[in-house]
Each structure stands twice: as C-alpha cells, then as structure tokens.
Design a protein around this ligand. Structure first.
Ligand code: MBD
Ligand code: FE
Length: 280
C-alpha cells in the first residue's frame, strides 16, 4: 500500500470537502419564508409518510440520529448530498438549457487551478501512473461559431482514484488545470486516464452503503467546467465506454451524451469531444 492509500481516510477527505464548500459557496440564497416553509413541510411530510408506511421503530429512529450525527462528524455532507441529491438539482437547473449536456459537479472541485495554454499537459508527478490520455476538441456557440479563448477547467482523479487536495500526499494541483482554447476554440490536453472511483467506505456514507448492501462505485470520469464570454458555463463529466459502473453509478450522473469514444493511440488513448455553449 502506498502512503496515500494508508492515510486517505473518509474523515480527512470529508473535512477537506466541507472546508472547500464553506470557502467557495458561502452565499446563501435569500429565500422567502413562504418557500422555505413549503419546502421544509414537503420534505418533512415525505419522511413522516415513510415512517408510517414502514412502521419505523424507536431503534431505527435512534440509528438514523446516530448516523446523521456521524455524517457531520465525518464532514461527509458534501459527499452524501452530491452523490444522492445533486443529480436531480442539476436535472431541474439545466432542463431548458441548449448546448452540451451537463451533469453534477460533485464535492471535489477546486477553483484556481493553474492556467494553461490551448495545448498543455496537466500538472502531474514525474512518475504519474496510468494510461496516457490525449483529450482534444473544440468549443462552439449554439450557432456553430467557434469560441476563441474559451476556458476548459478540468479535474480528475489519478489512476488509484485519488483527487488532489482531498487525499494526502498528492501535489496541490495534480491532474487539475484551466486550459484557454485557441482562436478557433480548440484545445488539446495531455493527461492520464482516471480510475473508476469508489467513494470513501470508512465514513458514514460508506456505513449506509454497507448497511443497505449497495455498492460505492462511480465509473471513471473526467470533470469539466467549460465557459466562454457571453455564454452559459456548463459543468459536466465525461465517461469511458465499457466501464461496468456506467450503468449503475452510485451518483446517478451518467448520461448517454457524455460517453467518450476513445481510440488507441501510441501507448495510450486519444479522445475527441466538442462542447456547445448556450448564449447567456
Ligand atoms: C466523485 O469523484 C464524484 O465525482 C462525485 C459526484 C461524488 C463523489 C466522488
Ligand atoms: Fe469525481
């Protein structure tokens, strides 16, 4: 086992994700009391109905309390919510947006990654393990116009499934970067293929997954935020065909439009994917 594997605990990962969320998303929506009341009432009514329909016992109620306390103690609210709720929030938010499909951001984005030119290699260790991957494409507007200077903010885990800043022992910006496309909106990113990702199993989210006899896997994926002046940013992920978890992603974030078509190339793979952004 490497040092990273030995020390990548759920609590440490969760603490980083919680801190990240607090740092980046402090703005609280100014929601009118009528809407807060309606949403809170509906959520509570759904839970009440579940308790009645399933004759939930005091022992089960206490198990729920203990588990909710532990989710917080492990810092796993960002993980739990992004895995089990964000897909529906994204569905609602993007229902009317034209252009490339989006999907969930997840808990491991970090703003401010190194700025890179249109053709670039992501920051990685000299001995970074994994299959070399060249990811290239073009960013266009909905009417087909190439978007000069579009920005492709990309982050992904390493070949062992670890994200920089959320697992110890990795360089701060490993496998993270913000690429500025050329005057034709083109980009070419040299990186390595990410591994399928198993969400931390030693924390409260893992305890639920085990207690329910679910699995903890997400298929291998690249995370992206693609943006350009005068256009709506799209947050998305891209997936690799043949991954056994494309069909049963624990985070329900796979869409057919997000499947790559990798071609063998040299000692690695080459993938092309174009993005279409909706005008803002
Ligand atoms: C991930 O890598 C991820 O993308 C999501 C959505 C949740 C947990 C880990
Ligand atoms: Fe991810």
């Amino acid at each position: 086992m490497t040092t990273t594997e030995e020390s990548a605990t759920a609590a440490a990962t969760g603490a980083s994700a919680t801190e990240r969320f607090r740092a980046d998303k402090t703005a609280v929506a100014d929601t009118p009391p009528e809407r807060v009341s309606m949403l809170a009432r509906e959520v509570l009514a759904a839970i009440h109905a579940t308790i009645r329909a399933n004759q939930v016992s005091y022992a089960e109620y206490d198990a729920l309390k203990a588990w909710l306390i532990q989710v917080g103690a492990d810092g796993e609210w960002p993980l739990f919510l992004d895995v089990f709720l964000e897909n529906v929030v994204e569905e609602v938010a993007s229902a009317d947006r034209e252009g490339s499909k989006g999907t969930i951001e997840g808990p491991f984005y970090a703003p401010g990654a190194p700025e890179l030119p249109a053709e670039a290699t992501l920051p990685m260790r000299p001995d970074e393990p994994g299959t070399p991957l060249v990811f290239h494409g073009q960013v266009r507007s909905a009417d087909g116009t190439p978007l000069a200077g579009a920005r492709v903010d990309i982050w992904h885990c390493d070949a062992l499934g670890y994200y920089a800043q959320f697992a110890p022992g990795l360089p701060e910006w490993n496998l993270r970067g913000v690429i500025t496309a050329d005057d034709q909106g083109r980009f070419r990113i040299h990186t390595i293929q990410p591994a399928p990702y198993q969400i931390p199993t030693d924390g409260a989210t893992g305890a639920l997954i085990r207690a329910a006899d679910w699995h903890a896997w997400r298929p291998a994926h690249l995370h992206l935020k693609v943006s350009a002046d005068g256009h709506q940013l799209v947050t998305t992920q891209l997936y690799f065909p043949g991954d056994p978890h494309n069909e049963d992603d624990i985070a329900s974030a796979v869409k057919p439009e997000l499947m790559l078509d990798p071609k063998p190339s040299g000692d690695g793979v080459d993938v092309e994917y174009d993005f279409v952004l909706a005008p803002s």
